[in-house]
Design a protein around this ligand. Sequence first.
Ligand SMILES: Nc1ncnc2c1ncn2[C@@H]1O[C@H](COP(=O)(O)OP(=O)(O)OP(=O)(O)O)[C@@H](O)[C@H]1O
Ligand SMILES: [Mg+2]
Length: 350
Amino acid sequence: MTNVPPPPPIPSQVPPPPAPHASPTSSAYVAQPAPPAPPLPRQRADNEVLAVTNLSKWFGDVVAVSDISFGLGPGVTALLGPNGAGKSTTLRMIAGLAAPSQGTVEVFGADPRKDKDVRGRIGIVPQQESLFQEQRAIEFVALAGVLNGLMDPTGRAREVLEIVELDPADTRPISSYSKGMRQRVKVAQALIHKPELLLLDEPLTGLDPRQRLHMTQLIRSLGEAGVCVVVSSHVLDEVERLGSRVMVIAQGRLAAQGDFHEIRALMDDRPHRIRVRSSNARTLGGVLLTGSGIAGLTVVDGESLIVDTDDAATFRGTIAAVAQAADVRLLEVQPLDDDLESVFKYLVGR
Ligand SMILES: Nc1ncnc2c1ncn2[C@@H]1O[C@H](COP(=O)(O)OP(=O)(O)OP(=O)(O)O)[C@@H](O)[C@H]1O
Ligand SMILES: [Mg+2]
Protein backbone atom coordinates (compact mmCIF):
# COMPACT_ATOMS: atom_id res chain seq x y z
CA MET A 1 0.00 0.00 0.00
CA THR A 2 2.40 2.63 1.05
CA ASN A 3 5.18 1.85 -1.33
CA VAL A 4 4.81 4.02 -4.35
CA PRO A 5 3.99 1.57 -7.10
CA PRO A 6 5.90 1.87 -10.31
CA PRO A 7 3.85 3.86 -12.77
CA PRO A 8 1.92 1.72 -15.20
CA PRO A 9 3.70 1.37 -18.47
CA ILE A 10 2.65 4.14 -20.79
CA PRO A 11 2.11 2.85 -24.27
CA SER A 12 3.91 5.19 -26.55
CA GLN A 13 1.58 4.52 -29.41
CA VAL A 14 -1.97 3.46 -29.97
CA PRO A 15 -2.42 0.52 -32.29
CA PRO A 16 -2.61 1.70 -35.87
CA PRO A 17 -6.13 2.48 -36.99
CA PRO A 18 -7.78 -0.10 -39.19
CA ALA A 19 -6.90 0.40 -42.83
CA PRO A 20 -9.59 2.19 -44.79
CA HIS A 21 -11.70 -0.15 -46.81
CA ALA A 22 -9.92 -0.31 -50.09
CA SER A 23 -12.04 -0.87 -53.09
CA PRO A 24 -9.94 -2.10 -55.99
CA THR A 25 -12.46 -0.59 -58.34
CA SER A 26 -12.32 2.87 -56.81
CA SER A 27 -9.98 5.09 -58.75
CA ALA A 28 -10.14 7.65 -55.93
CA TYR A 29 -8.41 5.30 -53.60
CA VAL A 30 -4.70 5.97 -53.24
CA ALA A 31 -2.80 3.92 -50.76
CA GLN A 32 -1.46 6.22 -48.06
CA PRO A 33 0.88 5.43 -45.21
CA ALA A 34 -1.06 5.31 -41.94
CA PRO A 35 -1.00 8.72 -40.24
CA PRO A 36 1.18 8.88 -37.13
CA ALA A 37 -0.83 7.71 -34.16
CA PRO A 38 -1.53 10.37 -31.53
CA PRO A 39 0.10 9.63 -28.17
CA LEU A 40 -2.23 7.84 -25.82
CA PRO A 41 -2.90 9.96 -22.73
CA ARG A 42 -1.87 8.50 -19.39
CA GLN A 43 -4.66 6.51 -17.78
CA ARG A 44 -6.27 8.85 -15.32
CA ALA A 45 -9.30 9.05 -13.11
CA ASP A 46 -12.40 10.80 -14.44
CA ASN A 47 -12.27 13.50 -11.79
CA GLU A 48 -8.52 14.11 -11.92
CA VAL A 49 -7.68 17.75 -11.27
CA LEU A 50 -3.93 17.55 -11.21
CA ALA A 51 -1.50 15.28 -13.03
CA VAL A 52 2.22 15.45 -12.33
CA THR A 53 4.36 13.29 -14.56
CA ASN A 54 8.08 12.58 -14.11
CA LEU A 55 8.49 16.02 -12.61
CA SER A 56 12.02 17.19 -11.72
CA LYS A 57 13.55 20.48 -10.78
CA TRP A 58 17.15 21.28 -10.16
CA PHE A 59 18.97 24.44 -9.18
CA GLY A 60 22.53 24.11 -10.44
CA ASP A 61 23.82 20.97 -8.72
CA VAL A 62 20.95 20.81 -6.23
CA VAL A 63 18.20 18.41 -7.20
CA ALA A 64 15.13 19.80 -5.44
CA VAL A 65 12.55 17.48 -7.01
CA SER A 66 13.40 14.20 -8.66
CA ASP A 67 11.11 12.38 -11.06
CA ILE A 68 7.84 12.44 -9.16
CA SER A 69 4.52 11.39 -10.66
CA PHE A 70 1.05 11.42 -9.17
CA GLY A 71 -2.52 12.38 -9.96
CA LEU A 72 -5.05 14.01 -7.63
CA GLY A 73 -8.78 14.54 -7.65
CA PRO A 74 -10.96 16.61 -5.31
CA GLY A 75 -10.29 16.38 -1.57
CA VAL A 76 -7.37 17.06 0.72
CA THR A 77 -3.90 15.64 0.14
CA ALA A 78 -0.96 16.31 2.43
CA LEU A 79 2.55 16.65 1.08
CA LEU A 80 4.62 15.58 4.07
CA GLY A 81 8.38 15.93 4.20
CA PRO A 82 11.30 17.31 6.22
CA ASN A 83 13.03 20.61 5.58
CA GLY A 84 14.47 20.85 2.10
CA ALA A 85 12.49 17.84 0.83
CA GLY A 86 11.16 19.72 -2.19
CA LYS A 87 7.64 20.53 -1.01
CA SER A 88 7.63 24.25 -1.86
CA THR A 89 9.36 23.67 -5.17
CA THR A 90 6.73 21.07 -6.10
CA LEU A 91 3.85 23.36 -5.14
CA ARG A 92 5.37 26.27 -7.05
CA MET A 93 5.68 24.14 -10.18
CA ILE A 94 2.07 22.95 -9.82
CA ALA A 95 0.94 26.58 -9.54
CA GLY A 96 2.92 27.47 -12.65
CA LEU A 97 5.20 29.80 -10.69
CA ALA A 98 8.34 27.78 -11.43
CA ALA A 99 9.26 25.96 -14.61
CA PRO A 100 9.97 22.24 -14.36
CA SER A 101 13.49 21.21 -15.38
CA GLN A 102 11.93 18.01 -16.66
CA GLY A 103 8.49 16.43 -16.73
CA THR A 104 5.06 17.97 -16.87
CA VAL A 105 2.33 19.46 -14.72
CA GLU A 106 -1.24 19.43 -15.96
CA VAL A 107 -4.10 21.09 -14.16
CA PHE A 108 -7.48 20.29 -15.70
CA GLY A 109 -5.50 18.89 -18.59
CA ALA A 110 -3.57 22.09 -19.35
CA ASP A 111 -0.13 23.47 -18.56
CA PRO A 112 -0.56 26.15 -15.87
CA ARG A 113 2.44 28.05 -17.25
CA LYS A 114 0.81 28.40 -20.62
CA ASP A 115 -2.90 28.47 -19.93
CA LYS A 116 -4.17 31.63 -18.27
CA ASP A 117 -7.66 30.22 -17.70
CA VAL A 118 -6.27 27.28 -15.80
CA ARG A 119 -4.10 29.59 -13.71
CA GLY A 120 -7.29 31.38 -12.75
CA ARG A 121 -8.60 28.13 -11.25
CA ILE A 122 -5.59 27.76 -8.92
CA GLY A 123 -5.09 29.43 -5.54
CA ILE A 124 -1.78 29.36 -3.70
CA VAL A 125 -0.74 30.29 -0.18
CA PRO A 126 3.02 30.66 -0.38
CA GLN A 127 5.26 29.66 2.50
CA GLN A 128 6.92 33.04 2.80
CA GLU A 129 5.07 36.17 3.83
CA SER A 130 4.24 38.32 0.85
CA LEU A 131 1.82 40.75 2.44
CA PHE A 132 1.72 44.48 2.10
CA GLN A 133 2.19 45.19 5.76
CA GLU A 134 0.70 48.67 5.89
CA GLN A 135 -2.55 47.72 4.21
CA ARG A 136 -5.65 46.66 6.04
CA ALA A 137 -6.63 43.02 5.50
CA ILE A 138 -9.73 43.98 3.50
CA GLU A 139 -7.64 46.14 1.15
CA PHE A 140 -5.02 43.48 0.64
CA VAL A 141 -7.55 40.74 -0.06
CA ALA A 142 -9.68 42.98 -2.29
CA LEU A 143 -6.55 43.75 -4.32
CA ALA A 144 -6.21 40.03 -5.02
CA GLY A 145 -9.84 40.19 -6.21
CA VAL A 146 -9.02 43.07 -8.55
CA LEU A 147 -6.04 41.15 -9.95
CA ASN A 148 -8.37 38.22 -10.58
CA GLY A 149 -10.83 40.44 -12.43
CA LEU A 150 -13.71 40.05 -9.97
CA MET A 151 -16.79 42.26 -10.37
CA ASP A 152 -17.08 43.04 -6.68
CA PRO A 153 -13.64 42.50 -5.15
CA THR A 154 -14.44 44.22 -1.85
CA GLY A 155 -17.68 42.29 -1.34
CA ARG A 156 -15.95 39.00 -2.01
CA ALA A 157 -13.00 40.07 0.20
CA ARG A 158 -15.46 40.55 3.06
CA GLU A 159 -16.83 37.05 2.48
CA VAL A 160 -13.45 35.31 2.45
CA LEU A 161 -12.22 37.21 5.52
CA GLU A 162 -15.28 35.96 7.35
CA ILE A 163 -14.59 32.43 6.11
CA VAL A 164 -11.13 32.57 7.75
CA GLU A 165 -12.62 34.21 10.86
CA LEU A 166 -11.09 37.65 10.46
CA ASP A 167 -13.05 40.84 10.90
CA PRO A 168 -13.50 42.60 7.52
CA ALA A 169 -14.10 45.90 9.35
CA ASP A 170 -10.76 45.72 11.20
CA THR A 171 -8.97 49.03 10.57
CA ARG A 172 -5.56 47.94 11.89
CA PRO A 173 -2.70 47.39 9.41
CA ILE A 174 -1.60 43.83 8.67
CA SER A 175 1.76 44.62 10.31
CA SER A 176 -0.02 44.66 13.68
CA TYR A 177 -1.46 41.16 13.16
CA SER A 178 -0.21 38.01 14.87
CA LYS A 179 1.45 35.32 12.78
CA GLY A 180 -1.76 33.29 12.87
CA MET A 181 -3.85 36.21 11.66
CA ARG A 182 -1.40 36.93 8.84
CA GLN A 183 -1.52 33.28 7.83
CA ARG A 184 -5.32 33.60 7.58
CA VAL A 185 -5.04 36.75 5.45
CA LYS A 186 -2.89 34.74 3.06
CA VAL A 187 -5.50 31.99 2.92
CA ALA A 188 -8.30 34.54 2.38
CA GLN A 189 -6.53 36.06 -0.63
CA ALA A 190 -6.01 32.58 -2.10
CA LEU A 191 -9.75 31.84 -1.78
CA ILE A 192 -10.90 35.10 -3.37
CA HIS A 193 -11.59 33.63 -6.81
CA LYS A 194 -13.04 30.31 -5.56
CA PRO A 195 -10.16 28.18 -6.82
CA GLU A 196 -10.79 24.55 -7.66
CA LEU A 197 -7.17 23.67 -6.90
CA LEU A 198 -5.81 25.19 -3.70
CA LEU A 199 -2.13 24.86 -2.77
CA LEU A 200 -1.26 25.65 0.84
CA ASP A 201 2.43 25.72 1.73
CA GLU A 202 2.73 25.01 5.47
CA PRO A 203 -0.49 26.86 6.37
CA LEU A 204 -0.48 25.60 9.97
CA THR A 205 2.98 26.87 10.87
CA GLY A 206 2.92 29.59 13.50
CA LEU A 207 -0.70 29.08 14.50
CA ASP A 208 -1.70 28.54 18.12
CA PRO A 209 -3.71 25.37 18.87
CA ARG A 210 -7.10 27.06 18.53
CA GLN A 211 -6.19 28.73 15.25
CA ARG A 212 -4.71 25.46 14.02
CA LEU A 213 -7.95 23.64 14.78
CA HIS A 214 -9.95 26.24 12.90
CA MET A 215 -7.61 26.21 9.91
CA THR A 216 -7.69 22.42 9.85
CA GLN A 217 -11.49 22.47 9.85
CA LEU A 218 -11.50 25.02 7.06
CA ILE A 219 -9.14 22.90 4.95
CA ARG A 220 -11.27 19.82 5.54
CA SER A 221 -14.47 21.63 4.63
CA LEU A 222 -12.95 22.94 1.40
CA GLY A 223 -11.95 19.38 0.53
CA GLU A 224 -15.44 18.14 1.31
CA ALA A 225 -16.89 20.89 -0.89
CA GLY A 226 -14.98 19.42 -3.83
CA VAL A 227 -11.88 21.60 -3.92
CA CYS A 228 -8.62 19.76 -4.63
CA VAL A 229 -6.46 20.95 -1.72
CA VAL A 230 -2.75 20.16 -1.41
CA VAL A 231 -1.29 21.03 1.99
CA SER A 232 2.42 20.81 2.73
CA SER A 233 3.64 20.01 6.21
CA HIS A 234 6.61 18.55 8.01
CA VAL A 235 4.58 17.48 11.04
CA LEU A 236 2.89 14.09 10.95
CA ASP A 237 0.37 14.99 13.65
CA GLU A 238 -0.90 17.94 11.64
CA VAL A 239 -1.54 15.60 8.78
CA GLU A 240 -3.52 13.24 10.99
CA ARG A 241 -6.02 15.96 11.80
CA LEU A 242 -6.45 16.82 8.12
CA GLY A 243 -7.77 13.29 7.63
CA SER A 244 -6.23 13.31 4.22
CA ARG A 245 -4.34 11.17 1.87
CA VAL A 246 -0.62 11.57 2.59
CA MET A 247 2.24 11.73 0.12
CA VAL A 248 5.65 11.54 1.76
CA ILE A 249 8.35 13.43 -0.06
CA ALA A 250 11.98 13.10 0.98
CA GLN A 251 15.10 14.27 -0.81
CA GLY A 252 12.97 15.34 -3.74
CA ARG A 253 11.46 11.91 -4.24
CA LEU A 254 8.03 10.54 -3.52
CA ALA A 255 8.92 8.00 -0.83
CA ALA A 256 5.51 6.66 0.20
CA GLN A 257 1.83 7.38 0.00
CA GLY A 258 -1.28 6.23 1.77
CA ASP A 259 -3.66 7.40 4.45
CA PHE A 260 -2.33 8.61 7.79
CA HIS A 261 -2.68 5.21 9.43
CA GLU A 262 -0.74 3.49 6.68
CA ILE A 263 2.08 6.00 6.97
CA ARG A 264 2.04 5.64 10.76
CA ALA A 265 2.20 1.85 10.43
CA LEU A 266 5.11 2.17 8.07
CA MET A 267 6.89 4.22 10.68
CA ASP A 268 6.18 1.61 13.34
CA ASP A 269 7.41 -1.19 11.07
CA ARG A 270 10.85 0.30 10.66
CA PRO A 271 13.64 -0.52 13.13
CA HIS A 272 13.37 1.62 16.24
CA ARG A 273 15.96 2.68 18.75
CA ILE A 274 14.56 3.21 22.23
CA ARG A 275 16.20 4.34 25.45
CA VAL A 276 14.87 2.61 28.54
CA ARG A 277 15.66 3.96 31.98
CA SER A 278 14.97 1.73 34.93
CA SER A 279 16.14 0.96 38.43
CA ASN A 280 18.41 -1.81 37.07
CA ALA A 281 19.47 -1.65 33.44
CA ARG A 282 21.61 -4.80 33.57
CA THR A 283 18.85 -7.04 34.94
CA LEU A 284 16.22 -5.62 32.59
CA GLY A 285 18.60 -5.94 29.62
CA GLY A 286 19.24 -9.60 30.47
CA VAL A 287 15.52 -10.36 30.59
CA LEU A 288 14.81 -8.48 27.35
CA LEU A 289 17.47 -10.45 25.51
CA THR A 290 15.67 -13.71 26.31
CA GLY A 291 12.55 -12.42 24.57
CA SER A 292 11.97 -11.91 20.86
CA GLY A 293 11.98 -8.80 18.68
CA ILE A 294 15.23 -7.35 20.08
CA ALA A 295 17.76 -6.64 17.33
CA GLY A 296 20.37 -5.08 19.60
CA LEU A 297 20.84 -3.96 23.18
CA THR A 298 23.45 -1.83 24.91
CA VAL A 299 23.64 -1.18 28.63
CA VAL A 300 24.78 2.44 28.94
CA ASP A 301 25.00 2.72 32.72
CA GLY A 302 23.25 1.42 35.82
CA GLU A 303 19.97 3.02 34.77
CA SER A 304 19.95 3.32 30.98
CA LEU A 305 19.95 0.87 28.17
CA ILE A 306 19.44 1.34 24.45
CA VAL A 307 17.31 -1.17 22.62
CA ASP A 308 17.00 -1.70 18.87
CA THR A 309 13.76 -3.40 17.93
CA ASP A 310 11.94 -4.18 14.71
CA ASP A 311 8.61 -4.24 16.48
CA ALA A 312 8.25 -1.02 18.41
CA ALA A 313 4.51 -1.43 18.98
CA THR A 314 4.94 -4.79 20.74
CA PHE A 315 7.94 -3.49 22.67
CA ARG A 316 5.96 -0.51 23.94
CA GLY A 317 3.04 -2.76 24.83
CA THR A 318 5.06 -5.31 26.82
CA ILE A 319 8.00 -3.50 28.41
CA ALA A 320 6.08 -2.53 31.56
CA ALA A 321 5.03 -6.12 32.26
CA VAL A 322 8.53 -7.43 31.50
CA ALA A 323 10.06 -4.94 33.95
CA GLN A 324 7.51 -5.77 36.61
CA ALA A 325 8.11 -9.50 36.25
CA ALA A 326 11.86 -8.88 36.65
CA ASP A 327 11.19 -6.74 39.73
CA VAL A 328 12.73 -3.71 38.04
CA ARG A 329 11.15 -0.28 38.30
CA LEU A 330 10.63 1.36 34.92
CA LEU A 331 11.56 5.07 34.94
CA GLU A 332 11.31 6.15 31.30
CA VAL A 333 10.84 4.74 27.80
CA GLN A 334 11.96 7.20 25.17
CA PRO A 335 12.11 6.67 21.42
CA LEU A 336 15.40 8.05 20.12
CA ASP A 337 14.57 8.19 16.45
CA ASP A 338 10.92 9.11 16.28
CA ASP A 339 11.58 12.39 14.54
CA LEU A 340 10.42 12.58 10.97
CA GLU A 341 13.95 13.08 9.74
CA SER A 342 14.97 9.54 10.65
CA VAL A 343 11.70 8.16 9.36
CA PHE A 344 12.31 9.82 6.02
CA LYS A 345 15.90 8.56 5.94
CA TYR A 346 14.54 5.08 6.47
CA LEU A 347 11.92 5.46 3.73
CA VAL A 348 14.41 6.82 1.23
CA GLY A 349 17.04 4.22 2.08
CA ARG A 350 14.80 1.19 1.59
N1 LIG B 1 15.61 29.19 -5.76
C1 LIG B 1 16.42 28.23 -5.31
N2 LIG B 1 17.74 28.25 -5.60
C2 LIG B 1 18.56 27.26 -5.19
N3 LIG B 1 18.17 26.19 -4.47
C3 LIG B 1 16.87 26.12 -4.13
C4 LIG B 1 15.93 27.13 -4.53
N4 LIG B 1 14.71 26.79 -4.05
C5 LIG B 1 14.88 25.63 -3.38
N5 LIG B 1 16.18 25.24 -3.43
C6 LIG B 1 16.72 24.00 -2.83
O1 LIG B 1 15.91 22.92 -3.24
C7 LIG B 1 15.71 22.01 -2.19
C8 LIG B 1 14.23 21.87 -1.92
O2 LIG B 1 13.74 23.11 -1.39
P1 LIG B 1 12.23 23.37 -1.01
O3 LIG B 1 12.13 24.76 -0.55
O4 LIG B 1 11.36 22.95 -2.15
O5 LIG B 1 12.02 22.34 0.18
P2 LIG B 1 10.84 22.29 1.26
O6 LIG B 1 10.46 20.85 1.38
O7 LIG B 1 9.79 23.27 0.92
O8 LIG B 1 11.61 22.72 2.59
P3 LIG B 1 11.06 23.54 3.89
O9 LIG B 1 10.37 22.51 4.75
O10 LIG B 1 12.31 24.02 4.51
O11 LIG B 1 10.16 24.61 3.41
C9 LIG B 1 16.52 22.53 -1.01
O12 LIG B 1 17.76 21.90 -1.02
C10 LIG B 1 16.64 24.01 -1.32
O13 LIG B 1 17.81 24.53 -0.73
MG1 LIG C 1 9.02 24.82 1.88
